[in-house]
Design a protein around this ligand. Structure first.
Ligand SMILES: Nc1ncnc2c1ncn2[C@@H]1O[C@H](COP(=O)(O)OP(=O)(O)OP(=O)(O)O)[C@@H](O)[C@H]1O
Ligand SMILES: [Mg+2]
Length: 437
């Protein structure tokens, strides 16, 4: 929209009478306005559309389409609708003021013209038009500024939300990671002296037994007290049992060190850059940590984990964060099984989580799928599961952050894709796709 300047206004005069046109042109020629003329309604409409005058002086009585009709047409056209129209009428004409205003005219001037009156009315209406245009222009600018500010604000809000998520994620990750790491560390000391001392104990015990056998060889007839005591302690069985006892102790120690190394694998949160990592190792260590939750409880049977691992290369990633994603997804499945309490304990005796990994050699992407056969997620809930703080769990049970954090880790930090497929009553599958490099 061009701003208008009253001094440089353009005025279209429409009259079929050449004398009238001449008189009018003479009256306003000194004002400096640009003057256009038309002698009938049709050409006036065309010219108005093309030249966009700032005001139109329009004769009422004309051959062809008359002034009212011409005005009506001008008002219908979006290009000319807001150009003010002043009717020109002779005293002898039967000018209908009401109709003139109804079809969109703003004023009328009666012939014969008085120059001062014509100029005064033109000034008033040009000024009105000027102010209206100015107002519209300012409105537009204001709207544009509001729009810009709104975009800026919503951008800032988004950034704020993102950084809040980062903070929470860091916090959650580091709290869990530190806890797990410190437990692993605390386990290490007692574990190492258990391992070391068990070796000694084993050789001490066998030495003692050998020594005892030697004693028996050389003193086959011990005193009564020794015979009695051998019976009390069931010496023969004790000697036979010892190897089993020692090997089960060794097994226990092996199990503890496996757990401890899984804890350390899981909690690799200290790594601040991407490193090549073994995804299967990560999943396994996560399963070790969640082991106690997979077991049967008083409401449901154990959850069977079926691993269908493919041949995967090492993946460039933040292992601590990726493990966190595995943890969130598997924990959600376990939560779903915990909620899926049936009247008949055995009705859901086939609780399963199938973990499948594949490598797409064409585009070098790794696909990791976690599929459970629990309650599933209904369509409406599915739309929101990746939103921050969205949870269907009771207060205190879920914060609604697990999946939003996971999505951020997979999609943003690893340029991958985390998606969910679920059918209510059948189960849920989460698929992680990450590029190898
Ligand atoms: N395997 C699943 N089966 C059924 N519902 C699921 C499953 N995984 C996620 N959901 C739904 O998605 C919601 C959001 O999960 P998300 O992990 O983000 O939060 P949460 O588990 O509720 O809380 P937390 O922050 O403790 O993880 C859950 O509340 C649950 O309704
Ligand atoms: Mg969760």
């Amino acid at each position: 929209m061009k701003p208008i300047n009253i001094e440089e206004a353009t005025i279209l005069i429409v009259d079929d009478n050449h004398t009238n046109l001449k008189v009018l042109c003479n009256s306003i020629s000194d004002s400096g306005w640009e003057i256009l003329v038309a002698t009938d309604g049709k050409s006036a409409i065309e010219q108005a559309e093309y030249a966009q005058p700032d005001l139109i002086l329009l004769d009422v009585m004309m051959p062809g389409i008359d002034g009212y009709q011409t005005c009506q047409e001008l008002k219908k056209n979006p290009l000319t609708e807001d150009i003010p129209v002043i009717f020109l009428t002779a005293l002898s004409d039967k000018f209908d003021k009401v109709q003139g205003l109804l079809v969109g005219g703003v004023d009328y001037i009666t012939k014969p013209f008085q120059t001062e009156e014509v100029l005064a009315r033109l000034h008033v209406h040009l000024k009105l038009r000027f102010l209206t245009k100015q107002l519209e222009l300012q409105n537009q600018q204001l709207e544009k500024r509001i729009e810009e500010r709104t975009t800026e604000l919503s951008q800032t809000l988004n950034e704020l939300k993102q950084s809040q998520l980062h903070l929470i994620q860091q916090e959650k990750l580091s709290t869990l990671g530190q806890l797990v790491a410190s437990v692993a560390h605390e386990l290490n000391n007692p574990l190492s002296f258990l391992t070391g001392n068990l070796d000694f104990t084993t050789s001490y015990v066998y030495n003692l037994i050998n020594h005892l056998q030697l004693y028996r060889q050389h003193y086959p007839n011990p005193v009564v007290d020794i015979v009695k005591n051998a019976k009390v302690i069931d010496l023969e069985n004790l000697i036979q049992d010892i190897p089993d006892v020692i090997s089960s102790m060794n097994l226990g120690i092996e199990r503890i060190s496996h757990i401890s190394s899984s804890l350390r694998t899981f909690s690799r949160t200290d790594i601040s850059h991407k490193v090549p990592a073994d995804i299967h190792e990560g999943i396994n260590s996560t399963l070790v940590i969640l082991q106690h939750r997979l077991k049967s409880n008083n409401k449901r049977p154990a959850i069977e984990v079926i691993k269908k691992y493919g041949d995967l290369p090492l993946i460039e990633c933040y292992p601590g964060q990726i493990n966190q994603v595995f943890m969130n997804i598997i924990a959600n499945s376990i939560d779903a099984f915990d909620e899926d309490v049936k009247e008949d304990f055995h009705a859901n005796s086939s609780n399963k989580i199938i973990i499948q990994t594949t490598f797409n050699e064409d585009n070098e992407w790794v696909i990791i799928s976690f599929k459970d056969n629990s309650i599933g997620i209904d369509q409406e809930v599915q739309k929101h599961i990746f939103e921050q703080f969205f949870t269907t769990k009771m207060i205190g049970k879920g914060t609604g952050l697990g999946l939003s954090i996971s999505k951020e880790i997979v999609d943003v930090k690893h340029h991958g894709k985390l998606s969910c497929f679920s059918v209510l009553g059948e189960g849920t599958e989460f698929v992680i796709e990450i590029p190898v490099k």
